[in-house]
Each structure stands twice: as C-alpha cells, then as structure tokens.
Ligand binder design. Structure first.
Ligand code: UD1
Length: 350
C-alpha cells in the first residue's frame, strides 16, 4: 500500500522514528512534513539523530494563528494527496498538523489511521483536545496506547477499528536508550551536572506560556528551589519570558531545546522532572524518574494513579511542596504495553 504519513511537530518526529522504519518493511511511505516546527533544534536535529527518512514533501507552513496555520496545512496537504493518491493516511497525536492531515484525508475519502488515539484531557480549551477529538472521529483505524483510551472512545460512540497497541514512544526510548549511554556521561560532564543532583523542567503549553500569571507561578517555583534546574526551553517559552519581562534566579539554567539522545540522558539522570509535556510524563515513568506535571489535568492518568506523576498546575507553593516532599513509590508496573508497538501498528494497518 501507499501510505502518506503526516508529521509537523517535535513529538511526531519522535513517533515517526519508530513507525517509519517498520512501515517501510511492508509498504511505500510518503513522508509529509507540514513545517509546523521549523527551527533546527525543533525539527532537523530529530531527523538527523533518530535516522528518520528525509520528508518527501516539506510544506513549509510555519507559525500562525490556529485557524491560519491549520487552514494553510489543509490546503497544502490536499494538493499532495490529490497528486499522490495514497491508500491510507497516518496521523500522530494531537497537533494542528494531525487535524489538518486527518481532515484533508477524510474529505478525499482516504481512510485515516490515528496513532495515539483515544486520549482525552476533557479540557476543550486546549487546542490539542479539539484536535484529538476531531482526528478520532475522522479515523477508520484507531491505535490506542491504553484501555483508558479505548473507554474514552467508546464513551463517544467510537468502537469500530479500535485497537490497543501500547505506546509507540516506548519503542523509540528503548532503541535510543542503548545509543544514549555515551551521550549521557559526556552531556552531564559538559553541563557540570551530578547524577540525581538536579531537576529537569520543560514548559511549552499555551495554557502556561501565554498566561503571565501561570508562567510566573512556574518560574517562581523553579527559582525558589535549592537545587539546579535544567530548563531546555521551547522557542515560544523563550519569547514569552522575554515579552513578559520574567526573571529567574541563577539556579535555573535556561538552555536551547535538546536533541532526543541528550534529552533522554538528561531525563534519566534527573532527580525529578517538572513538565507540561505529554511525552515527557511517560518517558519519566519509563525511566523511573518522579514527575511533577504543571497542568490541571492529564491524558496520561495511569502515571498519576501509580503515584509516579503528580498534577500540580502552576501554583508556586503546590509545585514547591511536591518537589520537596515527593517520595517515589516502591513499584512501577508496566504501562502502555511491553514494546514492539510499531510492529503491532503495521500488522493492523495491513
Ligand atoms: C505543538 C502542538 C502540541 C505539541 C507541541 C510539541 C498544536 C496545537 N500544539 O505546540 O500539541 O505538544 O507542538 O512541541 O499543534 N516556534 C518557533 N520555532 C519552531 C516552532 C515553534 O519559534 O520551530 C514558536 C512560534 O513562535 C510559534 C510557537 O512556537 O508561534 C508555537 O508553535 P506551534 O507550532 O503553534 O505549537 P507548539 O506550541 O509547539
């Protein structure tokens, strides 16, 4: 079959790293990069490091308002589909690129495969929630990471074409973990960091970056910690910190976004991870690092139920209390499958 895969944002490059390799054993893949993320540190570095095939089409859409960005992608993706006539369209996760890909395909009656289907935060203010609900309702094959995701879909009347496969990000982490060993020691010594002697923080969600009160709530907490905070910052976060004239203390080391291997290394050696990212909540769990989630809800409820992840929002006192007092649970059951997820996805695609 001819399968068109749509990627555009950082977490999608990571997921494609696992799935593209597997997909190409059996099918012809056309890789379409919408251009949603375009800085080298947000895009190119992942294609190089994770050995992802070069995109066949780069639509160069770039930044913009949600409507303008999604609309520009929709038009450009449709043109590629009309010319290339794929048999299936594969979309990942919940970004504007996901929605544009799924909608363009559905309008042309091309069956949509949604990887990471069925997740819900039940917060419709998040653009990601709107994107994932729409993508699920447009999809013919829904590949879910957990039984909670399957139940979420059933509650919306979606039961056909639904399968639990586990989480494809786990395949990438397993693959990268062996290769990241050398990078780990090198990176820690370059950064002058001690194993478990610092915390790692990332913030990029609009709900945190674009709300000055929430952003200062998080930054004040980071500044009040006694230990070093390594903070690889998304370009949008850097822009909003400058724009709002926010200040941080010298224990907070704001650095450029990291490549995947460096990120795995710095995550594994951290004492704790503070984040509003979805992917990092799971990676923290798989790596056995306690996570503090800077949001009011999460799609990855299983990580919270095991006691490894705590939802704290953006309240300074709450963040500080959790970071200082959290005790890691004694057990860490396998969540989101036991690996080999990409192969299962390809099997189901046909
Ligand atoms: C997007 C996804 C989110 C995902 C995240 C991963 C949507 C609605 N959100 O959020 O689900 O978790 O990617 O990172 O699709 N920018 C740059 N350089 C870049 C990319 C972005 O400077 O390479 C800046 C631009 O100013 C842009 C802003 O970041 O306006 C936001 O980028 P956008 O593409 O809207 O989404 P993310 O916030 O990255």
């Amino acid at each position: 079959m001819k399968i068109a895969s749509i990627v555009g944002a950082r977490p999608q490059f990571i997921k494609a790293a696992a799935l593209s390799r597997e997909l190409r054993k059996r099918h012809t893949e056309i890789l379409i990069h919408t251009g949603q993320h375009y800085d080298h540190s947000m895009s190119g570095v992942f294609f190089e490091g994770l050995e992802i095939p070069k995109p066949d089409f780069n639509l160069g859409v770039g930044s913009g308002g949600h409507g303008a960005q999604t609309g520009a992608m929709l038009a450009a993706i449709e043109e590629v589909f009309v010319a290339q006539k794929p048999d299936r369209v594969l979309v990942y996760g919940d970004t504007n690129s996901t929605l544009a890909g799924a909608l363009a395909a559905a309008k042309l009656h091309i069956p949509v495969v949604h990887v990471e289907a069925g997740l819900r935060s039940y917060n419709r203010h998040m653009p990601e929630e709107v994107n994932r609900v729409m993508a699920d309702h447009l999809s013919a094959l829904l590949l879910c990471p957990s039984d909670v995701a399957v139940k979420n879909l059933a509650a919306e009347g979606i039961t056909r074409g639904v399968h639990i496969v586990g989480d494809v990000m786990q395949d990438v982490l397993t693959w990268a973990s062996e290769r990241a060993q050398a990078t780990a020691a090198e990176f820690l010594s370059k950064m002058q960091l001690q194993e478990k002697g610092y915390v790692l923080a990332t913030v990029h969600r609009g709900e945190n970056t674009d709300d000055p009160q929430r952003l200062s709530g998080v930054l004040n907490a980071l500044s009040s910690l006694a230990e070093t905070v390594v903070f690889p910052a998304h370009p949008r976060t850097v822009k909003m910190i400058k724009q709002g004239n926010h200040r941080v203390n010298s224990n907070v080391r704001i650095i450029e976004p990291l490549g995947y291997f460096e990120m795995v290394s710095v995550s594994r050696a951290a004492r704790m991870i503070l984040t509003d990212s979805g992917g990092l909540q799971k990676e923290a769990y798989w790596l056995g690092v306690p996570c503090v989630t800077l949001r009011d809800e999460t799609e990855w409820v299983e990580t919270v139920n095991t006691g490894w992840n705590t939802l704290v929002g953006a309240n300074t006192d709450k963040i500080l209390a959790t970071v200082r007092n959290h005790v890691a649970p004694a057990t860490r059951p396998a969540l989101y499958g036991s690996g080999g997820v990409s192969a299962k996805c390809v099997e189901l695609i046909g």
